[in-house]
Write a protein that binds this ligand. Sequence first.
Ligand SMILES: *[C@@H]1O[C@H](CO)[C@@H](O)[C@H](O)[C@H]1NC(C)=O
Ligand SMILES: *[C@@H]1O[C@H](CO)[C@@H](O)[C@H](O)[C@H]1NC(C)=O
Ligand SMILES: *[C@@H]1O[C@H](CO)[C@@H](O)[C@H](O)[C@H]1NC(C)=O
Ligand SMILES: *[C@@H]1O[C@H](CO)[C@@H](O)[C@H](O)[C@H]1NC(C)=O
Ligand SMILES: *[C@@H]1O[C@H](CO)[C@@H](O)[C@H](O)[C@H]1NC(C)=O
Ligand SMILES: *[C@@H]1O[C@H](CO)[C@@H](O)[C@H](O)[C@H]1NC(C)=O
Ligand SMILES: *[C@@H]1O[C@H](CO)[C@@H](O)[C@H](O)[C@H]1NC(C)=O
Ligand SMILES: *[C@@H]1O[C@H](CO)[C@@H](O)[C@H](O)[C@H]1NC(C)=O
Ligand SMILES: *[C@@H]1O[C@H](CO)[C@@H](O)[C@H](O)[C@H]1NC(C)=O
Ligand SMILES: *[C@@H]1O[C@H](CO)[C@@H](O)[C@H](O)[C@H]1NC(C)=O
Ligand SMILES: *[C@@H]1O[C@H](CO)[C@@H](O)[C@H](O)[C@H]1NC(C)=O
Ligand SMILES: *[C@@H]1O[C@H](CO)[C@@H](O)[C@H](O)[C@H]1NC(C)=O
Length: 586
Amino acid sequence: MALLRLIYFSVLFGLCFAADPFANFDLELSYITVSPLGVPQQVIAVNGKFPGPTLNVTTNYNVVVNVKNKLDENLLITWSGVQMRRVSWQDGVLGTNCPIPPKWNWTYQFQVKDQIGSFFYFPSLNFQRAAGGFGPFIITNRNIIPLPFNTPDGDIVIMIGDWYTQNHTALRTALDNGKDLGMPDGVLINGKGPYRYNTTLVPDGIDYETINVEPGKTYRIRVHNVGVSTCLNFRIQSHNLLLAETEGHYTMQQNYTSLDIYVGQSYSFLVTMDQNASSDYYMVASPRFVNQSLWQRVTGVGILHYSNSKGKASGPLPDPPNDAYDTSYAINQAMSIRQNGSASGARPNPQGSFHYGSINVTDTFVLRSMPPVVIDGKLRATFNGISFVNPDTPVRLADKFNVKGAYKLDFPSRPLTGPPRMDRSLINGTYKGFIEIILENNDTVVQSFHMDGYSFFVVGMAYGEWTENSKGTYDKWDAISRCTTQVVPGGWTAVLVSLDNVGAWNLRAENLDRWYLGQETYLRIINPDEDNTTEFAAPDNVLYCGALGHLQKPQKKISSASTVIGQSKLYITMLIMFFAAISILF
Ligand SMILES: *[C@@H]1O[C@H](CO)[C@@H](O)[C@H](O)[C@H]1NC(C)=O
Ligand SMILES: *[C@@H]1O[C@H](CO)[C@@H](O)[C@H](O)[C@H]1NC(C)=O
Ligand SMILES: *[C@@H]1O[C@H](CO)[C@@H](O)[C@H](O)[C@H]1NC(C)=O
Ligand SMILES: *[C@@H]1O[C@H](CO)[C@@H](O)[C@H](O)[C@H]1NC(C)=O
Ligand SMILES: *[C@@H]1O[C@H](CO)[C@@H](O)[C@H](O)[C@H]1NC(C)=O
Ligand SMILES: *[C@@H]1O[C@H](CO)[C@@H](O)[C@H](O)[C@H]1NC(C)=O
Ligand SMILES: *[C@@H]1O[C@H](CO)[C@@H](O)[C@H](O)[C@H]1NC(C)=O
Ligand SMILES: *[C@@H]1O[C@H](CO)[C@@H](O)[C@H](O)[C@H]1NC(C)=O
Ligand SMILES: *[C@@H]1O[C@H](CO)[C@@H](O)[C@H](O)[C@H]1NC(C)=O
Ligand SMILES: *[C@@H]1O[C@H](CO)[C@@H](O)[C@H](O)[C@H]1NC(C)=O
Ligand SMILES: *[C@@H]1O[C@H](CO)[C@@H](O)[C@H](O)[C@H]1NC(C)=O
Ligand SMILES: *[C@@H]1O[C@H](CO)[C@@H](O)[C@H](O)[C@H]1NC(C)=O
């Protein structure tokens, strides 16, 4: 609880050098036992909480996060959607960072330069996200930048995701043995199981999530799908969801009665409590692209409770979209999400001034995902026929120390026709290039793909095969810029991205089992006139592994007893400093 060592303003620096403020956090990852679906199981908690605490910072803050690994295996935390500008050293995936061994800690430091939005952090290794370890990461706008809507009366975070009662090591073992994970056991909302809306489907005694609200008020509700592999339809009974932002960009505000949220995606909605509170209301996250009657148990149900509510929620859940015979529904909904080009984001100048539609594309990559196949006796998933093998030495570290053969820069720009293989192939990205990536899904399941370090414009999406003619259908004006996009089975999604952020950046399937089985690669983007002003140097505390393991100094193991009292005193001191700083600065 008090372990969340919050924000301190560096008063002197703030005044003398106009430096950006620092926000310090401690995150301690450990196992706890909880029973979200009525079965006791081991989950990964952050500072004792599941899901983890919210890290809430403001545009341009320097964020310092000391991560303590109290698990029994390696750990890395990654910051989904937060653009680590010029510091892929801090991205927390195996291609950029050596893992933090058990009982060690490692301090991340990065600046959230020119960013706003709703994101989340999660453990990137070993299928750990399926066991928790995730939490919200919010970048709020600076006071001087107006929001494109009235300031909401409250800020609420909802993390939804499919869930297995097996622990992550058991799930990993299943995949290693070539098995499919099968249907999840449920959907959790903020780490909790379903409200008992149906006594046959939901056992007694399950703890469910309740969101308390005041009538007439408007809340900003940030929703993240942190699950393993299930796209979830999110809806709140009798309430409109006014979509306002997704993954760092403001959208054209539009009402939805429900929205499909694919694995790894984040949205913020403005929801007005405009109903008569004759009872509580259901909040639902139900599976999509599956047989809903078979998957009935896999439904997350929480409660929206008005302070003047007259009774419990009862009766059937609000209906999911009825589109069994309308394959275009999901795609039309996705393409209806448009960017508000006149809204200010992190800066006062309109983002719309970036006319991506008139920039010439410098390279086109077609990335095709295929159903898992057996390669060298192991079940593997591929992109363009390549199943990625993580380098033993992180990419930029290998570059810095001239480690030869750590990786190859030969990732094919079109699907390979030969037999699939395992390899360490990376995309050779051209710095300042403007590339088009066609994500093709030849798999049987709906997928979402994510790129670290960047936002991309989602310009096109359809069923069927992508051809050169498909370019004619692209949205060249107000496509949404985001970092995670869905690709329907048997379809494609086209994204455009400006390669202006140097480093090694992960491009991956968000679907955890496909990712675990190798469906990822990296874009290595280097300024050819490399000097140390383009990419920041490796941090002083960089961890070494692989070919450079001999450079790593041993670390004093973190003790198991935490100094909670010391921390809370520190916390109060910092709060005092914080308010002192506020009163000086504003
Ligand atoms: C581990 O945490 C301590 C403080 O608790 C800090 O001084 C040290 O720098 C951290 N180690 C790394 C490698 O970040
Ligand atoms: C984040 O911080 C801002 C103020 O800086 C506050 O308005 C907002 O409610 C906070 N959000 C959450 C979810 O804590
Ligand atoms: C994880 O699940 C496996 C299989 O059910 C079990 O053998 C193992 O003890 C579990 N691990 C923990 C730490 O609970
Ligand atoms: C509860 O679910 C079962 C199984 O789907 C269904 O047969 C039953 O009608 C539901 N009960 C209510 C009260 O809706
Ligand atoms: C969205 O729905 C609310 C009612 O819930 C309504 O007041 C508002 O005008 C609608 N906004 C838009 C942009 O349609
Ligand atoms: C509240 O709204 C519901 C649904 O619109 C309606 O059926 C009910 O009669 C209303 N109750 C009151 C007390 O106004
Ligand atoms: C869904 O599953 C049910 C029960 O097994 C089956 O009767 C139904 O035909 C299935 N629906 C579709 C669209 O496959
Ligand atoms: C777009 O942003 C502007 C603020 O610059 C806001 O006034 C307007 O309502 C927004 N439009 C939509 C459709 O969301
Ligand atoms: C884009 O390419 C076309 C021809 O291929 C060329 O005429 C045009 O000047 C280029 N535009 C820019 C902005 O470079
Ligand atoms: C990578 O691309 C750059 C141009 O951006 C080129 O100069 C370099 O030779 C390429 N490297 C490899 C190994 O293909
Ligand atoms: C996969 O590709 C093959 C060959 O192009 C095509 O026949 C098949 O329909 C595709 N399947 C899916 C699910 O995309
Ligand atoms: C950057 O390069 C310059 C000139 O090569 C050097 O003097 C300086 O120390 C370097 N700075 C860092 C942070 O590496």
